[in-house]
Design a protein around this ligand. Structure first.
Ligand SMILES: [Ca+2]
Ligand SMILES: [Ca+2]
Length: 409
């Protein structure tokens, strides 16, 4: 699609040809590979392989910083500098022109084996006055490890270094488990100040069923306050033996989450082979894993009964087969890419680029992709309206920060 568009952009026939071409493109998905589970059918039209938009912006990519330690997340500070977390357990400040400061001192130990490490970063809603940040990490614990959330006060200095004071673990996903997979996680503050925490179900057959169990913290979205306490209007506060921090259940592994323009939470979770899904998690709702899902186990066998719909569980808004392997998500609001206004940008690890989903109401109507030929771990919109993608090369243990802007011609 891209070469065709480049060609069109450079020809005077562009205007004459586009309408005819647009009709053809509207019917075609950006995904051209065969599905892993060809016998599974979407529950409604547009639940997968939405058409591409008739016109996509031409994107120019520049590396802001290369050969950084392997990163997991990026947040913009109010002064325009970036705060990044490294999988190994450090936080650095990166300037807009790519200067990287010394590690911020004061972080706790992380269990960085497998999919573990220092994971997401979030600034407190009152960061400008409090300096408080939140971070999630795979915490070494008795009997294994688990995803935990901590807060601390960041005092950045002008040399792009700084300190972290008063580190306090405010929340621990329970139970601990001795594994190195599916820690989640993303941290998202809602407009009312509630903190959403997305996690995973630790992957293994012996733990994944706990995604359905409201007395377990595996495979859930949590909703807590800045001290880690459950919100009093959470859905399971009055349910016996339920964890009151739970917001929604039946999730597999969520490494992408963002608010929409109305302040509502959306998540994208890693599904099994052919089952990544976009959800809008609502209070008390069961998203099905592992009882019902699209896709197959990595062995090629069905998951459970191999069903894609089940009463009492909610269908994903959208799913991908084959998977994109989602990590990082941002709502696009900015002037650089008017074509993407109010669309979600999702990082793709396996799909190696940014996946853009355009919504009409709560339904995906178009899917577009910006290939970057690198695993995308996090994606953010900068204060300049450009899109910033954190890429990773796990074999080399390195990352880059890419800036995506509108191509000038
Ligand atoms: Ca974040
Ligand atoms: Ca599901």
């Amino acid at each position: 699609m891209r070469p065709i568009q480049s060609l069109l952009a450079s020809t005077a026939l562009c205007a004459a040809l586009l309408p005819a071409l647009a009709i053809g493109q509207q019917s075609s998905s950006v995904e051209t590979q065969a599905p892993n589970a060809p016998n599974q059918q979407p529950a409604f039209e547009g639940q997968t392989r939405a058409p591409q938009p008739p016109e996509a912006p031409q994107v120019e990519t520049a590396a802001i910083a290369e050969d950084l330690p392997q990163l997991w997340s990026l947040e913009f500070l109010p002064d325009g500098r970036m705060l990044v977390s490294t999988k190994a357990g450090d936080i650095h400040i990166v300037t807009p022109d790519g200067e990287v400061g010394e590690p911020i001192a004061g972080l706790p130990e992380v269990d960085a084996r497998g999919q573990g490490g220092l994971l997401d970063l979030a600034l407190a809603p009152d960061f400008e006055s409090s300096g408080r940040i939140f971070f999630s990490f795979s915490e070494p614990r008795d009997g294994g490890n688990g995803t935990s959330v901590a807060s601390a006060v960041l005092s950045p200095d002008d040399a792009n270094g700084g300190t972290l004071d008063g580190v306090t673990v405010i929340f621990q996903q329970m139970p601990a488990y001795n594994g190195d997979k599916h820690f989640g996680s993303r941290l998202v503050f809602a407009p009312d100040g509630a903190l959403f925490v997305t996690v995973g179900e630790r992957s293994d057959v012996e733990t994944r069923n706990q995604a359905q169990d409201v007395s377990s913290g595996l495979g859930k979205v949590f909703r807590i306050d800045v001290d880690g306490a459950p919100l009093s209007d959470n859905p399971f506060t009055a349910t016996e033996n339920a964890l009151p921090e739970i917001w929604s259940l039946g999730h597999r592994n969520m490494q992408a989450a963002a608010l929409d323009g109305e302040g509502r939470l959306w998540t994208v979770e890693h599904g099994p082979m052919g089952g990544d899904e976009l959800n809008r998690p609502e209070a008390g709702v069961n998203y099905g894993w592992p009882e019902v899902t699209y896709g197959l186990d990595y062995s090629g066998e069905p998951i459970g009964d191999g069903i894609t719909a089940l009463e009492g569980t909610t269908q994903p808004v959208y799913y991908w087969d084959p998977v994109i392997a989602p990590s990082g998500m941002a709502l696009y609001e900015g002037s650089e890419f008017p074509e993407w206004q109010d669309a979600f940008l999702i990082g793709g690890l396996v799909s190696e680029g940014v996946v853009i989903v355009h919504l009409d109401g709560d339904q995906v109507v178009q899917e577009e992709r910006v290939p970057l030929e690198a695993r995308v771990r996090d994606v953010k919109v900068g204060p300049d309206g450009a899109v910033y993608a954190v890429t990773e090369n796990p074999d080399a243990g390195t990352s880059s920060i890419l800036r995506l802007s509108k191509a000038s011609s």
